[in-house]
Design a protein around this ligand. Structure first.
Ligand code: ZN
Length: 275
């Protein structure tokens, strides 16, 4: 909703991408039901939906370029191996202890590919959360861009597709605030122009967990969209003048887009939600 409002207010395009590159975790019919849900809430996307499952050959091409440039290395560590070495934990999980870095790896073994990170301080300016700083090698570590089971990582796919679709503004949840460091680094290596980022607070339950299917959140009811839109609008800290006069989603969008004010979004990482 925040990204839609932001794109429309700035007369930009709002692009839709389905990140269907993890077949084992996919529920059949999930992407159709997402599109149906968006339609019933009155979202109108521009152009064709981009399905990441159609992009695997491109991801492989770019991975091959990175391998050729010696920016990635093969890794045969299992999750168990890594946790047994008692690694430090950073915002994206265990920091890889560089076990396979600069080692000769038997490539007949199942292997992932990791990106070499630099021990340098890097920053970016988030349009809502302000300046974000990290040291990639020390706080995030050499991260996987293709898994041992052959699946491409979210980080690699999102960077390649943002470039492909000409994305210049990204509005998304704060659960991806630190992922952005990894993405900015990949953009730099691939000589892509980085987009602007605005990370909105995520809704969390009383255990501080992001509302999602995994944490038992209810599905959005699609039969009464207006109250849901109004409730999300309020959580985004927006003006509620004459909100009670609205009767349909299309009236809502017509009213909301011109008065959308990203500076009014609470500049925090999470908002506690109870229904
Ligand atoms: Zn390894």
């Amino acid at each position: 909703m925040a990204s839609y409002l932001d794109a429309r207010k700035n007369r930009g395009l709002w692009l839709l991408r389905i990140e269907d590159i993890d077949p084992p975790r996919e529920v059949s019919g999930a992407s159709e039901s997402i599109l149906h849900c968006l339609e019933s809430f009155g979202f109108e996307w521009d152009g064709e939906v981009l399905y990441q499952s159609t992009r695997l050959a491109i991801y492989q091409d770019i991975l091959d370029q990175l391998i050729k440039a010696d920016l990635v290395y093969p890794c045969v560590c299992s999750r168990k191996n890594i946790s047994q070495s008692l690694p430090r934990t950073g915002p994206l999980g265990p920091i890889y202890p560089n076990t396979c870095k600069d080692k000769v790896i038997d490539l007949s073994m199942q292997h992932a590919f990791r990106l070499r990170t630099e021990a340098k301080t890097v920053s970016y300016e988030d349009k809502l959360q302000g300046r974000q700083t990290t040291n990639l090698a020390n706080e995030i570590g050499d991260f996987v861009i293709k898994r041992a089971d052959g699946l491409f990582s979210y980080q690699l796919a999102v960077v390649i597709d943002d470039e492909f679709q000409g994305v210049n503004n990204v509005v998304r949840g704060c659960d991806l605030l630190e992922n952005t460091f990894a993405q900015l680094y990949l953009q730099k290596l691939l000589a892509y122009q980085p987009p602007n980022y605005l990370h909105i607070p995520i809704l969390v339950n009383q255990n501080q967990e992001k509302l999602s299917k995994q944490t038992g959140a209810h599905a959005l009811p699609t039969d009464h969209p207006l109250p849901q839109l109004v409730s999300a609008w309020k959580l985004l800290g927006q003006s509620t003048d004459s909100i009670n006069k609205l009767t349909t989603p299309s009236e809502f969008w017509e009213w909301a887009i011109p008065i959308w004010e990203p500076k009014s979004i609470p500049a925090q990482r999470a908002i506690r939600f109870s229904d």
